[in-house]
Design a binder for this molecule. Structure first.
Ligand code: TMP
Length: 257
């Protein structure tokens, strides 16, 4: 049987043509990169866990009225999504100082921010995803002022909801990155949450021990990466039946009708 046409390959995911127009299949790889591709590894089982975790978080967000590209999970590593026009801006929402904010501004990691801070980065690997302001985004036409209003409102709503959801399972949502896309329906356009939300794209710290339960374990060589992702899934109540040893990579989208 023919292999599905690949439409895009990113560092941690592959997008394939979907079963009907306007849909795509998002495949989660086990590959991890950091520091704009300078550090690479394969973390067996990561794709399966991120597929589950992102499915869960997108579903919960949908339930509270946040529109997303997510349709349904198809199998261990794949989900059906709506095809959107990705806005080339990474939106980072921070509640606690960490990572590049701490480095750039000299604020100790773990300092609770006076309020949530939203930052924008231009999605461009060749340039290393530089930080930009709303001025750059609207002047260069990456998004309109109306798009940005929607993006900001949705980002704050997502942050409020996910902060509470994680707090309830003993996890502090330190910061996270989201991407948005335009979903067209005839002449109507809606901004929807796209990409993924997972421990690859968020900082999640245990509330009592401050232990890192996210990709910083890989970035900083802290070890036990998959165990940390599994613990996030376990607390969310969605640990796959298969243990981590069953989470072997499979051939992407081979032999599907
Ligand atoms: P930063 O502190 O390195 O700027 O990262 C902020 C958040 O964004 C953190 O939760 C990790 C996430 N992130 C991504 O998802 N992709 C990226 O390329 C980077 C740099 C950060």
């Amino acid at each position: 049987m023919a292999r599905r046409r690949q439409v895009y390959e990113g560092k941690a995911k592959v997008l394939y043509e979907g079963p009907e127009p306007g849909t795509l299949i998002q495949y989660f790889k086990d590959d991890a990169t950091a520091f704009n591709n300078q550090k690479k590894a394969t973390i067996v089982g990561k794709g399966v866990l991120n597929n589950r975790i992102s499915e869960h978080l997108m579903t919960r967000l949908n339930e509270i009225g946040v529109p997303t590209h997510f349709v349904r999970r198809l199998n261990m590593r794949e989900q059906l999504i709506r095809e959107v026009e990705i806005i080339p801006v990474e939106v980072v929402i921070r509640n606690v100082a960490a990572g590049s904010l701490s480095t750039r501004l000299g604020i100790a990691e773990g300092t609770v921010l006076p309020r949530s801070i939203v930052e924008y980065y231009y999605k461009n690997d060749a340039l290393g995803d530089p930080m930009v302001s709303e001025e750059h985004i609207t002047a260069f036409g990456w998004a309109t002022p109306q798009d940005l209003d929607d993006i900001l409102a949705l980002s704050l709503r997502i942050n409020d909801f996910l902060s509470g959801l994680f707090y309830g399972i003993g996890i502090r949502l330190v910061d996270f990155k989201v991407e948005f896309g335009r979903l067209w329906n005839g002449d109507d356009m809606r901004i929807v949450l796209a990409d993924e939300i997972s421990p690859d794209s968020a900082r999640l710290w245990d509330l009592t021990t401050n232990e890192k339960m996210d990709k910083d374990r890989f970035r900083r060589d802290l070890g036990n990466i998959i165990e940390a992702y599994q613990e996030v899934a376990r607390r969310l109540g969605i640990l796959p039946e298969a243990g981590v040893h069953e989470l072997r990579p499979n051939e992407p989208t081979k032999g599907r009708a």
